[in-house]
Design a protein around this ligand. Structure first.
Ligand code: PXG
Length: 300
């Protein structure tokens, strides 16, 4: 396999030569933002929505992205093309850039813009067929007025602490609660439950990242499958007693969960609503997106 080429501040650089400064505030303080994006069959899925969120995150942390939207679209597509990828995982990272040994972001004048596109590491197929076991962990999602989870920042220590709890329990994913005890999301996925045929997912003000996959699933559920989808606070009791449960995310897509904290969700099998959502999502994600190759078979 040939060496990956990384988009690095405007140039395509071999992975082994793509290095950021030890003075980059992304490294020193987690000061920066990112997006995790996927391409299916040479088409970048929901690129506009990812760029919307990226620009919103940048605005919130007063970071000036040194490229226009159009330039970033081309940079993402170019990175996919130059690595000759069809199905890809794309990581777009913008850090505050090199500064000095102090917090002050105004000391950093050149944000680092990095795009990595690699082959996608998929979850085992088994997990999609039989569903995950989850647990609620003690790590809490911070409240929006502490560190707003809506900002997709390089500060993922909260999620990593939860992931450590997951590892210690031998689980692939776990559920984080907010300071009020409501269910928020997983370490890198949003959560849905199915109750009497209706979908319920925590509202954005519960302190979650408003996932692109979450938004696509709500849209498909409402418009294509004719399902009601509510954004309501979910307690652990609601989760334990739900008919079905699934997680959504760019890497995960839609993955069923059948157990939480030893409670079997529904009858313990992947439920019919989850299966419909999974099928609709797979069809939609593989038939839309921005063509990364100029000769691509389809466009947005
Ligand atoms: N919640 C959190 C905290 C996330 O980080 C999601 C929900 C799902 O959002 P999207 O927009 O992807 O539907 C995320 C997404 C990675 C990786 O490599 C992380 C994410 C996405 C892709 C890759 O860790 N986080």
């Amino acid at each position: 396999m040939s060496e990956l080429k990384i988009f690095f501040n405007g140039a395509m650089v071999p992975a082994s030569e793509a290095r950021v400064s030890v003075f980059d505030h992304g490294f020193l303080y987690g000061d920066g933002i990112f997006e995790g994006i996927r391409a299916y069959s040479g088409r970048v899925f929901k690129l506009d929505e990812h760029l919307d969120r990226l620009f919103d995150s940048a605005k919130s942390i007063l970071l000036d992205i040194p490229y226009t939207r159009e330039e970033l679209v081309e940079a993402v597509c170019r990175t996919v093309r130059e690595n000759e990828l069809m199905d890809a995982y794309i990581r777009l990272v913008i850090s505050r850039g090199p500064g000095d040994l102090g917090l002050d972001p105004t000391r950093c004048s050149n944000p680092s813009v990095i795009i990595i596109a690699d082959r996608i590491a998929l979850y085992p197929q088994e997990a999609y067929q039989h569903g995950l076991e989850l647990a609620a962990v003690s790590t809490r999602r911070p409240a929006a007025d502490v560190l707003n989870p809506a900002i997709k920042s390089l500060n993922y220590l909260n999620n990593i602490l939860a992931k450590i709890e997951a590892n210690l329990r031998g689980l692939p994913e776990v559920v984080l609660l907010n300071h009020r005890g409501y269910v928020t999301e997983g370490t890198a996925d949003n959560i849905f439950i199915v109750r009497e045929g209706e979908l319920v997912t925590p509202p954005t003000n519960a302190g979650i990242l408003n996932g692109i996959t979450r938004q696509v699933v709500m849209e498909l559920a409402r418009e294509q499958l004719g399902l009601t989808c509510l954004e309501e606070n979910i307690t652990l009791h609601d989760l334990y007693t739900a008919d079905e449960c699934f997680l959504t995310g760019t890497a995960t897509e839609v993955i069923p969960a059948v157990v939480c904290d030893g409670r079997i969700i529904g009858n313990g099998n992947v439920g019919p609503v989850t299966l419909r959502i999974l099928k609709a999502f797979r069809e939609y994600s593989r038939s839309s997106g921005v063509a990364a190759y100029k000769t691509g078979v389809a466009t947005a």
